[in-house]
Write a protein that binds this ligand. Structure first.
Ligand SMILES: *[C@@H]1O[C@H](CO)[C@@H](O)[C@H](O)[C@H]1NC(C)=O
Ligand SMILES: *[C@@H]1O[C@H](CO)[C@@H](O)[C@H](O)[C@H]1NC(C)=O
Ligand SMILES: *[C@@H]1O[C@H](CO)[C@@H](O)[C@H](O)[C@H]1NC(C)=O
Ligand SMILES: *[C@@H]1O[C@H](CO)[C@@H](O)[C@H](O)[C@H]1NC(C)=O
Ligand SMILES: *[C@@H]1O[C@H](CO)[C@@H](O)[C@H](O)[C@H]1NC(C)=O
Length: 812
């Protein structure tokens, strides 16, 4: 089995095509200019070898490099490749297996290179190839062996060039039908009759036979005979038809009753024209076209006027040049022809006027294209007979690319063309629109692209179905056009999509290259029938809203599609995203939900704050803080006092016998029982009490007052009760007594505790450690509820107060 050469060949091929490259590939340059559609444009890069590109590439454009050879493994692995162009290199050598892996290749362009022979082996695996271009290479013969035999799907074939001398019989063997055949053979001197004859159907033939037309009528006639069919348009390039002789080969085509003929790059004399007309006398030629014609004569064509050209339906002339304008008579000698055609185009031919008289001859005219000429408002008025139109049947008028300035003049001129449906006034100098215009009621398509309009008005007819306003300077669009299906607004200065309500029937909207910042779901939903939108190349602000909408929602907002490439939707701002594709930017959650993010963050912070406050409150932290502060203050002021004086001097400062610390709620008891008992001179010696209510200096800070009061008193009597425990000030007082206890220098107990109601140590909150300590260390007097025990209580209290006094007196 393995000895079978075909299977070995196949195996070798398979291993090659699955991307196993030989090591020689290592020095190859690479090209990574592939877009998302896997189209790799590597042209004009001065590559001298086929560069490496991704094997998934579908299109590879290597035009205009300096590639000299294609080796056996330059293109291995490219099984997906559909189109390969090597146009414009200096390719002289292609390995016979170079294209063997390109099983999907549909289009191959090897034109403008240095190939001196065509090797049939190049094409042996290209069963899918549809278009092959081999033009302008220096091979001198085609057809010694069949070249295109295996190309069963070939539809367009182009070969030949200035070097081609011989076309041999086998040239097109195997090629049975073509949509287009192009043969450049301007120096052909051998043609095997019948070589091009067996291709049928043949869609279109282009022949460049400059030399043979001039020198070898027989050969030329043989070629024309082989390709002329009534259904096949024929295009003849680069002819120089001056005398009777050089025209004669066209007789072959005329005899085969061709219907469509085009001359491209033609020079023709008056004699040439007259003879041409004679050759086609009575031939049902429908389409006569010249694309690039130089008229070298003076327009003396009367001899042709007796010919029959009734079947002429369309006459097309582009880039016509009259060599000697001053000698030229006029086209009027061909006036007899003008009554026949329905379509006339005279494009880019320096026409500055077509007289009304000539227009009047165009009885059948439905389509007139006089674009890219020198018409002005005035000469156009002459051409259209000042609006009293003779062109009653005109449906399409194209005056694009003329120097027209007044839109109201134009609308007046066409208003009576009762069948006009298409009007092309693009590339003109219209800079403003009148508020109102008159148009034929039939007008459906209006093209005012590339004019100079800055605003639009209701001059636009409501009957329009297609409107092209691209490349003007329009800033907004506010005119309602109920019938409009297509609107082209690219290249203007619109900041936002026009309101969809204006166009209930719009299906296509092109608003590329404007200054749109964004668009959204509601903008698009206003377009009830939109099917296709092109909005790329705008100044998109990649806000989260827009990006999210673009990436997820855009297809869901209707039945329409974005028909331009994803690459054309690029972020313009914010700066950090500039240049990135809208469809591919990645916005973080933080960027997208900043407000939400910030509110959640603030909310959490607030919550934490509240929790902290609650926690601190629960832990009585504020009380501790206040305490510490008051304590520091007290400490400070007691130190100050100590500096001022001590000992006896300080004793002199003692103006009260006792400071009574009590809760306001226990004021009743203090005032009814304590004060009368102690201050009244019933006992041996009335005492002088300090009561905050009575003796505090108004206007002084209460803590100062407390500290002063305590320092000016010998003792402090604490009236303890539930109320006391709950009063903050009392607690301060208790705490400040601390200083008296330790720095007062007074012996004995400076604090006397009176328990107004039974209060166990456990009832006192833990943080009042001072009080708890006092209660455990100091004996306290309990206020008896029974009347008879009170005598005893007062005595004890007096004793407690006096006892100390006595001690002091003893001490002195
Ligand atoms: C490629 O060719 C061009 C024109 O033929 C020439 O000017 C250029 O120097 C060449 N570049 C290289 C890298 O060979
Ligand atoms: C037009 O044809 C002439 C020969 O008649 C040729 O020399 C010239 O290069 C052609 N021009 C173009 C643009 O092909
Ligand atoms: C042109 O040549 C043809 C054949 O060569 C001849 O029949 C014809 O009369 C000539 N026409 C003119 C105007 O000389
Ligand atoms: C009018 O002429 C221009 C330029 O020749 C062409 O692009 C355009 O398609 C023509 N318009 C119509 C309606 O044929
Ligand atoms: C309008 O005219 C321009 C230029 O002449 C042409 O490119 C464009 O295709 C026309 N628009 C339509 C919708 O035919």
């Amino acid at each position: 089995m393995m000895r079978d050469p075909t299977s070995r060949h196949l195996l070798l091929l398979l291993s090659l095509c699955w991307g196993q490259r030989s090591s020689s590939g290592a020095e190859r340059p690479s090209c990574d200019s592939c877009d998302l559609q896997l189209s790799c444009i590597c042209s004009h890069r001065q590559f001298t070898r086929v560069p490496r590109v991704t094997e998934r590439a579908l299109t590879l454009d290597l035009c205009f490099n300096n590639i000299t050879t294609v080796t056996a493994d330059d293109l291995t692995g490219h099984r997906e490749l559909r189109a390969l162009s090597l146009h414009g290199n200096i390719l002289a050598e292609i390995h016979q297996a170079a294209f063997d892996c390109l099983w999907s290749l549909e289009e191959l362009d090897l034109s403008d290179n240095q190939l001196t022979v065509l090797n049939p082996k190049w094409f042996r695996e290209l069963g899918a190839l549809q278009r092959l271009n081999l033009l302008n290479n220096p091979y001198s013969a085609v057809g010694s062996t069949p070249v295109f035999q295996g190309l069963v799907n070939l539809r367009r074939l182009a070969f030949g060039g200035p070097a081609l001398k011989e076309l041999k019989r086998a040239a097109l063997s195997g090629v049975t039908q073509l949509e287009e055949l192009t043969v450049y053979a301007s120096n052909l001197d051998r043609y095997d009759s019948g070589t091009l004859a067996y291709v049928w159907p043949l869609g279109r033939v282009t022949l460049s036979l400059h030399g043979p037309f001039l020198t070898n009528t027989t050969l030329t006639s043989a070629v024309l005979r082989d390709v002329s069919y009534p259904e096949t348009p024929i295009i003849l390039q680069d002819l120089h038809l001056m005398d009777n002789q050089s025209i004669q080969p066209l007789r072959e085509s005329a005899q085969r009753r061709i219907r469509r003929i085009t001359f491209r790059n033609l020079s023709i004399s008056d004699e040439g024209i007259v003879n041409l007309m004679k050759i086609f006398d009575g031939v049902p030629l429908e389409f006569l076209s010249t694309d690039g014609v130089t008229l070298t004569g003076e327009g003396r064509w009367e001899k042709a006027s007796r010919t029959d050209q009734k079947s002429i339906d369309e006459f097309f002339a582009r880039d016509a040049v009259v060599l000697d304008v001053f000698q030229f008579v006029s086209f009027l000698q061909l006036g007899f022809l003008l009554q026949y055609p329905r379509k006339v185009s005279v494009i880019n031919s320096k026409v500055f006027v077509m007289p009304c008289a000539t227009s009047a001859l165009l009885k059948n005219l439905q389509y007139l294209d006089i674009s890219d000429n020198l018409l002005t408002d005035m000469t156009l008025s002459e051409t259209l007979c000042d609006g009293e139109s003779k062109l009653k049947g005109l449906r399409v008028l194209n005056v694009s690319g003329n120097d027209l300035k007044s839109l109201s003049t134009l609308s007046h001129l066409v208003a009576k063309l009762e069948k006009l449906t298409h009007l092309d006034i693009s590339r003109t100098s219209y800079s403003s629109m009148p508020p109102a215009c008159s148009w034929p009621s039939t007008l459906r398509n209006l093209n005012i692209s590339r004019a100079k309009l800055t605003s639009i008005t209701s001059c636009l007819p409501a009957t329009l179905e297609v409107l092209d306003l691209s490349s003007n300077n329009i800033q907004d669009f506010t005119v309602a056009l109920p019938a409009l299906r297509e609107l082209h607004l690219s290249g203007n200065k619109l900041l936002q999509l026009p309101s969809g309500q204006l166009f209930p029937n719009l299906q296509t909207l092109n608003i590329r290259s404007n200054t749109l910042n964004m668009f959204g779901r509601t903008d698009l939903q206003a377009y009830k029938r939109l099917q296709n939108l092109q909005a790329g190349q705008n100044k998109f602000i990649c806000s989260c809203e827009f990006v999210t909408f673009f990436q997820s929602g855009i297809q869901e907002s209707g039945d329409f599609h974005l028909t331009d490439k994803e690459e054309s939707y690029v972020c313009d701002s914010p700066f950090s995203l500039q240049g990135q594709l809208v469809g591919q930017v990645h916005l973080t959650i933080e960027m997208c939900h900043r407000v939400l993010f910030e509110s959640v963050f603030c909310g959490l912070a607030l919550l934490a704050g509240i929790l902290l406050v609650v926690l601190l409150w629960r832990l009585h932290a504020f009380w501790y803080l206040r305490m510490i502060w008051a304590w520091l203050k007290a400490k400070h002021s007691s130190q100050r006092r100590r500096r001022i004086g001590h000992g006896a001097e300080s004793e002199a400062l003692l103006s009260y016998d006792a400071f009574v610390s009590y809760s306001e709620r226990d004021a009743g008891w203090v005032e009814t029982y304590l004060v009368p008992e102690l201050e009244e001179p019933r006992g041996p010696q009335p005492l002088n009490l300090c009561l905050h209510k009575r003796d505090f200096l108004p206007g002084q800070w209460i803590v100062d007052n407390i500290i002063n009061a305590m320092e000016q008193s010998r003792r402090t009597i604490f009236v303890l009760s539930e109320n006391f425990v709950q009063s903050d000030w009392c607690r301060y007082e208790l705490d400040f007594s601390h200083f008296r206890l330790f720095d007062g220098g007074a012996s004995g107990e400076p604090a006397i505790l009176i328990l107004l109601e039974p209060l166990s140590q456990d009832d006192i909150p833990k943080r009042f450690c001072k009080l708890r300590k006092l209660m455990s260390s100091t004996t306290y007097l309990e206020w008896p509820q029974e009347e008879e025990k009170r005598e005893n209580f007062w005595r004890s209290l007096h004793n407690a107060l006096r006892e100390e006094e006595d001690k002091e007196n003893d001490g002195v």
